[in-house]
Write a protein that binds this ligand. Structure first.
Ligand SMILES: NC(=O)c1ccc[n+]([C@@H]2O[C@H](COP(=O)([O-])OP(=O)(O)OC[C@H]3O[C@@H](n4cnc5c(N)ncnc54)[C@H](O)[C@@H]3O)[C@@H](O)[C@H]2O)c1
Length: 61
């Protein structure tokens, strides 16, 4: 069985965002679930740029 879509929990974190980048690089469609309790949307900047999707505004601190 071959998968083309991957769910990454904690994808806006340090490890997760690298996993997201690696999966996109390999052609997977990636869905991220992250409550941003510790990570940052800025870690996903490259992934958003690569998909030509504007980075959503960060939540106020
Ligand atoms: N070298 C560096 O620049 C750097 C930076 C940050 C972290 N680190 C290291 O990386 C390691 C930690 O990285 P990590 O990726 O495991 O942790 P992380 O905290 O970076 O990532 C965890 C992610 O899970 C999310 N999360 C937590 N609970 C959640 C929930 N209930 N629902 C949804 N999302 C949730 C957080 O918001 C976060 O984005 C540590 O060893 C740390 O020292 C290194």
């Amino acid at each position: 069985m071959e998968f083309s879509k991957v769910l990454v929990t904690g994808g806006a974190g340090f490890m997760g965002s690298h996993v997201v980048d690696a999966l996109i690089e390999r052609g997977y469609e990636v869905v991220v679930i992250d409550n941003l309790s510790a990570g940052s949307l800025s870690f996903l900047e490259g992934a958003f740029r690569q998909q030509k999707i504007p980075l959503p505004p960060s939540r106020p601190a």
